[in-house]
Design a protein around this ligand. Structure first.
Ligand code: MEV
Length: 291
């Protein structure tokens, strides 16, 4: 029997990396789908070139559903991989949905997110669970590791431009690098975590009350914290400066960094055009409305 499933791209607005260490973070799903078609086959294979890690993550998810046979997994998506837009989470969610359908199971988004987490563990080693949660449901959330996400009602839709540096970030290594900084400089790191937690709480209020100007400032501050834990790159700094020079209210890394994407907040839909134009001569850009 052929079955299908879908997961969505995501963006982290505040708190990536620190969320792995225990703070809250804020993220939203994006309307860019990743579709999976699962067809019984002679061997486990995928229709596009991927590494062994994708096969390993797939095997783990299929086994968890009691599907121990082999399959051709066909992936169809415009989400770039290694870009901080949640390719691995969207894939793990889509495959979990397809596997559930193959078993005739109807699952809540929460159960799907739990199965997808198994894939994320293979991809990322120590995931917080925010990516698979965002990919399996719609909307913006406040997230803390091990707790149910809290939906955020936005006071006004957010207009965001996402610029991809074209370089791949390896989440597993970046997360491990941040953990090493915590181990080597615990006082410095705990102070940053305290600041990040306060920032995320304030950002949630700004989202709810449509205080975009302050929200932008908080994005800039959050970017500074991410820089301090070593996940920025020359290209990411370039995206952030171009965005700020062209009227972004705030700009920051989104996701694991080390390459991948940065996001810029526009005052309204009209201002996204200036940002898109300024960034598109050097980078691959996506426009996103959140809420
Ligand atoms: C990656 O999208 C977000 C990180 O915080 C990792 C995680 O939360 O699992 C870097």
């Amino acid at each position: 029997m052929v079955s299908t499933g879908t997961g969505f791209a995501k963006t982290i607005l505040f708190g990536e990396h620190f969320v792995v260490q225990g703070t809250h973070a804020i993220g939203a799903s994006l309307s860019i789908p990743l579709n999976v078609t699962l067809t019984p086959a002679e061997e486990l294979s995928i229709n596009i070139p991927t590494g062994q890690i994708v096969l390993d993550a797939s095997r783990k998810i299929l086994d968890a559903f009691g599907l121990d046979g082999n399959y051709l997994i066909e992936i169809d998506t415009k989400i770039p991989s290694g870009a901080g837009m949640g390719w691995s989470a969207a894939y793990s969610v889509a495959l979990s949905r397809a596997a559930a359908a193959a078993q005739g199971m109807e699952l809540t988004w929460k159960r799907i997110a739990e199965y997808a987490y198994l894939g994320e563990e293979v991809f990322h080693g120590n995931p917080s669970g925010i990516d698979n949660t965002l990919s399996s449901r719609r909307g913006a959330i406040l997230f803390k590791k091990g707790e149910d996400p809290i939906p955020i009602e936005l006071g006004v839709p957010l207009h965001i431009v996402i610029a991809h540096t074209g370089k791949m970030g390896i989440t597993k290594d970046l997360v491990a690098g941040v953990a090493q900084i915590r181990a080597e400089r615990p006082d410095f790191f705990l102070e940053l975590m305290k600041r990040e937690e306060r920032l995320v709480v304030e950002a949630k209020k700004c989202l709810e009350t449509a205080n975009l100007e302050r929200l932008g400032e908080l994005m800039d501050t959050n970017h500074g914290y991410l820089k301090q834990v070593g996940v920025s790159t020359l290209e990411l700094e370039d995206v952030v400066s171009i965005a700020k020079e062209n009227g972004a209210l705030g700009a920051k890394i989104t996701g694991a960094g080390g390459g991948g994407c940065a996001i810029a907040l526009a005052e309204s839909k009209k201002e996204t055009e200036t940002l898109m134009q300024a960034l598109s001569s050097k980078y691959l850009v996506f426009e996103a409305q959140i809420g």
